[in-house]
Design a protein around this ligand. Structure first.
Ligand SMILES: [Zn+2]
Length: 203
Protein backbone atom coordinates (compact mmCIF):
# COMPACT_ATOMS: atom_id res chain seq x y z
CA UNK A 1 0.00 0.00 0.00
CA UNK A 2 1.36 3.41 -0.87
CA UNK A 3 1.92 5.92 1.91
CA UNK A 4 -0.71 8.15 0.38
CA UNK A 5 -3.32 5.38 0.40
CA UNK A 6 -2.40 4.51 3.99
CA UNK A 7 -2.76 8.17 4.95
CA UNK A 8 -6.20 8.42 3.43
CA UNK A 9 -7.36 5.14 4.95
CA UNK A 10 -6.23 6.16 8.40
CA UNK A 11 -8.00 9.49 8.06
CA UNK A 12 -11.21 7.85 6.83
CA UNK A 13 -11.12 5.33 9.68
CA UNK A 14 -10.92 8.14 12.21
CA UNK A 15 -13.97 9.73 10.64
CA UNK A 16 -15.92 6.46 10.59
CA UNK A 17 -15.11 5.82 14.26
CA UNK A 18 -16.13 9.32 15.15
CA UNK A 19 -19.49 9.12 13.38
CA UNK A 20 -20.31 5.57 14.50
CA UNK A 21 -23.24 6.57 16.71
CA UNK A 22 -24.85 8.80 14.14
CA UNK A 23 -24.48 6.29 11.34
CA UNK A 24 -25.77 3.39 13.42
CA UNK A 25 -28.92 5.37 14.32
CA UNK A 26 -29.65 5.67 10.62
CA UNK A 27 -28.92 2.05 9.93
CA UNK A 28 -25.54 2.73 8.38
CA UNK A 29 -23.83 0.74 11.09
CA UNK A 30 -20.77 -1.16 10.01
CA UNK A 31 -19.78 -4.49 11.43
CA UNK A 32 -17.54 -4.61 14.43
CA UNK A 33 -17.66 -3.34 17.97
CA UNK A 34 -18.42 0.27 18.81
CA UNK A 35 -15.18 2.19 18.81
CA UNK A 36 -14.26 4.11 21.93
CA UNK A 37 -12.41 7.22 20.95
CA UNK A 38 -9.68 7.94 23.44
CA UNK A 39 -7.11 10.65 23.66
CA UNK A 40 -4.27 8.15 23.31
CA UNK A 41 -5.83 6.79 20.17
CA UNK A 42 -5.94 10.24 18.60
CA UNK A 43 -2.37 10.93 19.75
CA UNK A 44 -1.24 7.72 18.10
CA UNK A 45 -3.18 8.48 14.92
CA UNK A 46 -1.62 11.94 14.70
CA UNK A 47 1.83 10.39 15.04
CA UNK A 48 1.07 7.82 12.34
CA UNK A 49 -0.32 10.43 9.96
CA UNK A 50 2.72 12.66 10.53
CA UNK A 51 5.08 9.76 9.83
CA UNK A 52 3.16 8.94 6.66
CA UNK A 53 3.21 12.61 5.64
CA UNK A 54 7.01 12.62 6.08
CA UNK A 55 7.31 9.69 3.71
CA UNK A 56 4.83 11.11 1.20
CA UNK A 57 6.55 14.49 1.05
CA UNK A 58 10.20 13.35 1.13
CA UNK A 59 10.68 12.90 -2.59
CA UNK A 60 8.32 15.68 -3.68
CA UNK A 61 7.84 18.83 -1.67
CA UNK A 62 10.83 18.25 0.65
CA UNK A 63 13.11 17.61 -2.33
CA UNK A 64 11.96 20.75 -4.09
CA UNK A 65 12.33 22.93 -0.99
CA UNK A 66 15.72 21.43 -0.15
CA UNK A 67 17.06 22.04 -3.63
CA UNK A 68 15.81 25.60 -3.66
CA UNK A 69 17.58 26.38 -0.40
CA UNK A 70 20.82 24.48 -0.91
CA UNK A 71 23.93 25.74 -2.62
CA UNK A 72 26.20 23.53 -4.67
CA UNK A 73 26.92 20.14 -3.14
CA UNK A 74 30.44 18.94 -2.57
CA UNK A 75 30.98 15.40 -1.42
CA UNK A 76 33.79 13.22 -0.22
CA UNK A 77 34.14 9.48 -0.26
CA UNK A 78 35.30 8.16 3.11
CA UNK A 79 38.58 6.32 2.80
CA UNK A 80 41.12 4.84 5.19
CA UNK A 81 41.22 2.01 7.68
CA UNK A 82 39.41 2.60 10.97
CA UNK A 83 37.57 5.69 12.09
CA UNK A 84 40.68 7.52 13.29
CA UNK A 85 42.34 7.40 9.90
CA UNK A 86 39.03 8.17 8.15
CA UNK A 87 38.47 11.14 10.42
CA UNK A 88 42.01 12.44 9.87
CA UNK A 89 41.76 12.24 6.06
CA UNK A 90 38.29 13.73 6.00
CA UNK A 91 39.27 16.53 8.36
CA UNK A 92 42.22 17.44 6.14
CA UNK A 93 39.94 17.78 3.12
CA UNK A 94 37.29 19.63 5.09
CA UNK A 95 39.74 22.15 6.53
CA UNK A 96 41.30 22.80 3.18
CA UNK A 97 38.07 23.22 1.22
CA UNK A 98 35.81 24.83 3.79
CA UNK A 99 38.33 26.82 5.83
CA UNK A 100 36.32 30.03 5.75
CA UNK A 101 32.82 28.64 5.87
CA UNK A 102 31.22 27.99 9.21
CA UNK A 103 27.58 27.56 8.18
CA UNK A 104 27.23 24.27 6.39
CA UNK A 105 24.87 21.32 6.34
CA UNK A 106 26.37 17.85 6.05
CA UNK A 107 24.80 14.54 5.15
CA UNK A 108 26.36 11.17 6.04
CA UNK A 109 25.70 8.17 3.84
CA UNK A 110 26.19 4.45 3.89
CA UNK A 111 25.92 3.72 0.17
CA UNK A 112 22.39 4.95 -0.63
CA UNK A 113 21.13 4.95 2.96
CA UNK A 114 21.15 8.28 4.70
CA UNK A 115 22.66 8.00 8.18
CA UNK A 116 22.91 11.44 9.62
CA UNK A 117 22.22 15.13 8.94
CA UNK A 118 23.91 17.90 10.90
CA UNK A 119 25.24 21.40 10.59
CA UNK A 120 28.30 23.39 11.55
CA UNK A 121 28.43 26.87 13.03
CA UNK A 122 26.35 28.29 15.80
CA UNK A 123 24.54 25.45 17.55
CA UNK A 124 26.15 22.84 15.32
CA UNK A 125 29.27 20.69 15.31
CA UNK A 126 31.99 19.62 12.91
CA UNK A 127 31.10 16.65 10.75
CA UNK A 128 34.17 14.73 11.93
CA UNK A 129 32.91 14.83 15.53
CA UNK A 130 30.36 12.16 14.57
CA UNK A 131 32.82 9.68 13.08
CA UNK A 132 33.30 7.57 16.19
CA UNK A 133 29.77 7.57 17.50
CA UNK A 134 28.65 4.17 18.77
CA UNK A 135 25.30 4.50 17.00
CA UNK A 136 26.83 5.43 13.63
CA UNK A 137 26.99 2.66 11.02
CA UNK A 138 29.83 2.60 8.52
CA UNK A 139 30.08 5.94 6.70
CA UNK A 140 30.90 5.67 3.01
CA UNK A 141 30.36 9.27 1.97
CA UNK A 142 29.77 12.75 3.36
CA UNK A 143 28.06 15.47 1.34
CA UNK A 144 28.40 19.12 2.27
CA UNK A 145 25.92 21.83 1.33
CA UNK A 146 26.06 25.54 1.99
CA UNK A 147 22.72 27.25 2.62
CA UNK A 148 21.95 29.87 -0.02
CA UNK A 149 21.56 32.36 2.76
CA UNK A 150 23.56 32.11 5.98
CA UNK A 151 20.56 32.78 8.15
CA UNK A 152 18.84 29.76 6.66
CA UNK A 153 21.27 27.06 7.70
CA UNK A 154 18.98 25.62 10.36
CA UNK A 155 16.12 25.61 7.87
CA UNK A 156 18.28 23.80 5.32
CA UNK A 157 19.30 21.28 7.98
CA UNK A 158 15.65 20.63 8.78
CA UNK A 159 14.80 20.29 5.09
CA UNK A 160 17.66 17.81 4.66
CA UNK A 161 16.18 15.67 7.44
CA UNK A 162 12.76 15.75 5.72
CA UNK A 163 14.35 15.05 2.37
CA UNK A 164 16.73 12.21 3.25
CA UNK A 165 15.20 10.66 6.41
CA UNK A 166 18.49 9.94 8.21
CA UNK A 167 18.36 6.85 10.43
CA UNK A 168 20.69 8.03 13.18
CA UNK A 169 19.28 11.48 13.88
CA UNK A 170 17.62 11.26 17.24
CA UNK A 171 15.21 14.00 16.33
CA UNK A 172 13.34 12.52 13.47
CA UNK A 173 11.14 15.18 11.91
CA UNK A 174 8.00 13.55 13.23
CA UNK A 175 9.25 13.27 16.79
CA UNK A 176 10.75 16.62 17.52
CA UNK A 177 9.56 20.13 18.01
CA UNK A 178 8.83 21.61 14.65
CA UNK A 179 11.28 24.15 13.27
CA UNK A 180 10.07 27.67 12.66
CA UNK A 181 10.16 28.77 9.03
CA UNK A 182 10.42 25.21 7.73
CA UNK A 183 7.50 24.63 5.34
CA UNK A 184 7.59 20.87 5.90
CA UNK A 185 7.40 21.30 9.66
CA UNK A 186 4.43 23.59 9.02
CA UNK A 187 2.57 20.73 7.37
CA UNK A 188 3.33 18.39 10.27
CA UNK A 189 2.13 20.99 12.72
CA UNK A 190 -1.00 21.56 10.65
CA UNK A 191 -1.84 17.85 10.71
CA UNK A 192 -1.91 17.94 14.48
CA UNK A 193 -3.85 21.20 14.72
CA UNK A 194 -6.50 20.03 12.25
CA UNK A 195 -6.94 16.57 13.73
CA UNK A 196 -7.22 17.87 17.27
CA UNK A 197 -9.89 20.27 16.08
CA UNK A 198 -11.87 17.69 14.11
CA UNK A 199 -11.54 14.77 16.53
CA UNK A 200 -11.72 16.65 19.79
CA UNK A 201 -11.98 14.38 22.80
CA UNK A 202 -13.66 15.62 25.97
CA UNK A 203 -11.51 15.12 29.03
ZN1 LIG B 1 11.27 20.96 9.13
Amino acid sequence: MSHLTAFERKLNQLFLDRTYDLRSKLGLKKCGPKPHPKREKIDKAIQTLQDLASNILASGYAKKEFEENAGRKRGRKIVGRGWKKQKELFEKWFQRDFANQDELVYVFWNKNKCLYVGRTGNGGSRPSSHFNRKDMPKITRVDIYPAKSKVHTSKLECLAVHRFGPSVNKNKPSRKKWTKKCPLCDIHRQIEVDLRKIFRIKR
